[in-house]
Design a protein around this ligand. Structure first.
Ligand SMILES: Nc1ncnc2c1ncn2[C@@H]1O[C@H](COP(=O)(O)OP(=O)(O)O)[C@@H](O)[C@H]1O
Ligand SMILES: [Mg+2]
Length: 276
């Protein structure tokens, strides 16, 4: 097994504060056509408050399943998921979930889409208006308040999704390959935006991606999962200083080293657990 410590000599960028999410000997089994499939077995991982953790792993190794269990949308078959030290028994309303699909309501304006989670929580009209206004400004959608999702570009729809998720001040953001469908240039813009917003919000973020360079560019730590049955193969602290200018980062030799190391770790498991 590769030794992460060779790449991880520098001190942590984010100090370990308080465990926010803990996975303890986590296991998950599904039944497919009556055949049991063990997706995960003995997975141990702690996510600390305020940390930006990126998770990479071969396709089909259970990354989305891990987030679903963290959010309380699925239950483990073995082991525990703890949130603030307590087992996650039901859907966790303190977390925000961003997926590749934006799931915006086409018949609602930008404003009404962002307001939706606040409406569901019964916020009064004035409070809602103020909060939505703040969010529109934060994600750079000023001037598009009355637009409908169908009139927006892919990047702008992503901004609406971000604003909608941040509107109710989630403690933790789960992002499941959120920028996977965007072209490279737009992805870069959205990554930089996410870092800017995260620096202001201080949320805990668990960000799933299949793009190693995205994981290195964004994260305080990159967690590599093995092929099925998955567990944590290696955890690599990303000792690149913040704030990070992503347009310059790729010229940083340390960025190249971290990418290369992670690529070598991940490629050992490619094909083994890959879904075709
Ligand atoms: N609800 C489900 N029922 C049966 N199998 C599932 C279910 N959800 C996921 N799986 C299976 O679990 C494995 C991991 O899925 P997933 O977490 O989506 O992987 P990843 O996100 O890493 O690509 C896959 O083999 C997938 O088919
Ligand atoms: Mg997935």
């Amino acid at each position: 097994m590769p030794n992460a410590s060779t790449t991880a000599a520098a001190p942590r960028v984010t100090p370990k504060v308080r465990p926010k999410i803990e996975f303890q000997r986590l296991g998950k089994r599904f039944h497919r056509k009556s055949e049991p499939v063990t997706v995960m077995e003995g997975l141990d991982l702690t996510i600390y408050e305020g940390e930006f953790v990126c998770v990479v792993g071969p396709s089909g190794c259970g990354k989305s399943t891990l987030l679903n269990m963290s959010a309380g949308l699925m239950h483990p078959s073995a082991g525990n998921v703890l949130y603030d030290g307590a087992p996650v028994a039901e859907p966790n309303t303190k977390v925000g979930y961003i997926t590749q699909k934006d799931n915006l309501m086409p018949w609602r304006t930008v404003t009404a889409n962002i307001a939706l989670p606040l409406q569901i929580r019964g916020m009064d009209k004035k409070g809602m208006g103020n909060r939505v206004g703040e969010m529109i400004e934060l994600v750079g959608l000023t001037g598009f308040e009355k637009a409908y999702p169908g009139e927006l570009s892919g990047g702008m729809r992503k901004r609406v999704t971000l604003a909608r998720t941040l509107a109710y001040k989630p403690e933790v953001i789960f992002a499941d390959e959120p920028f996977g469908a965007l072209d490279a240039q737009l992805r870069g813009v959205m990554q930089q935006e996410l870092l800017r917003i995260w620096a202001a919000s201080k949320n805990t973020v668990v960000f799933i991606t299949h793009d190693i360079s995205e994981a290195v560019a964004l994260g305080d730590r990159v967690v590599v999962l093995s092929a099925r049955p998955s567990r944590v193969k290696v955890e690599v602290p990303i000792d690149l200083p913040r704030p990070r200018d992503l347009s310059k980062l790729r010229f940083d030799p340390r960025f190249g080293e971290l990418n290369e190391y992670l690529w070598s770790v991940l490629s050992e498991d490619l094909n083994e657990g890959d879904e075709v």
